[in-house]
Design a protein around this ligand. Sequence first.
Ligand code: GLY
Length: 352
Amino acid sequence: MSRLTRRHFLKTGMGMAATSLLTASQSPFAKGQSSGPAGMRVVASGNGIRATEKAMDLLRLGYDPLDAVIAGVTIVEEDPNETSVGYGGLPNEEGVVELDASVMHGPTHSSGAVAALRNIKTPSQVARLVMKRTDHCLLVGDGALKFALAHGFKEENLLTDKAREAWLRWKETLSDKDNWLPPKSEKLTSELKPYLSSYGTIACIALDDKGSLAGVTTTSGLSYKLPGRVGDSPIIGAGLYVDNEVGAAGSTGRGEANILNCGSYQVVAFMAQGFSPEEACLKTLERIARTTKLQPRLLNKEGRPDFELNFFALNKKGEFGSARMWSGGQYAVHDGKANNLRESAYLFKEIK
Ligand code: GLY
């Protein structure tokens, strides 16, 4: 605790003391209780400000919250300049883009997902079809592609020149003992450096004016991953979880750590105990920091997780929050009045 931030202590340490006395039946989110319409909200990762705008527009027109958030993230999936999602996403170690996505619909407590899907720009839309047109929760690889083609999706090359060049530079600089050489005249340019390693993703969750919740998480996953690697984004309970009587949570960042801790489910479970969305995100990160201590290769020299992980949460009352492992990030919120980026809470302060 001594190294936890003052902000965290104030926001969660004292908050926990107050709220942990709540019994399940006292919780405002106890099963079977509905707090009623709270006003429309859309919450997303920091790269989702266009998604929150679009989703809110559709909620106002009366769209189902799942259709609203999928329409929102589709903008990002189709953007060639967003290198962590959909078209333009960074590829696997062989230079092939493989996409993961999940959707979850609160009113019907149903979900759909695809993993390691190649050649289709909008995996979130395929995930919705898995939910609506199959009796399954998750399709992977070739099976997911065949399913998408059967539903009329078109195959396209998802590797943009920008992503290909970043991949090539990654490959050329992996080792000085192999046969790949970076261009002699060119160092790693600052332009390509940010793309040497990435877990980028977009998560977007929404509440409509009837109190219904839904969410989507979509990604190209860990850059330069082993072919076939599946991250947390298509795993219900890890990259996304929705309980229509409690709230919704989504995640971005290191998928393996999230899968090992059922992160989004955990956030919703903490909200069910009465914690605020921000407290629930921070408590989940504390748990992940604790379990990561059993994997020394993932720790920095102070014994803290040497990776980023972010959670975004929204409860049925319309309260929202976000927290990340390390300071310095933002998340997108449309609260029905304005669409803004806000500072995420954090567990550990990044020392520059
Ligand atoms: N959270 C994205 C991934 O790990 O694939």
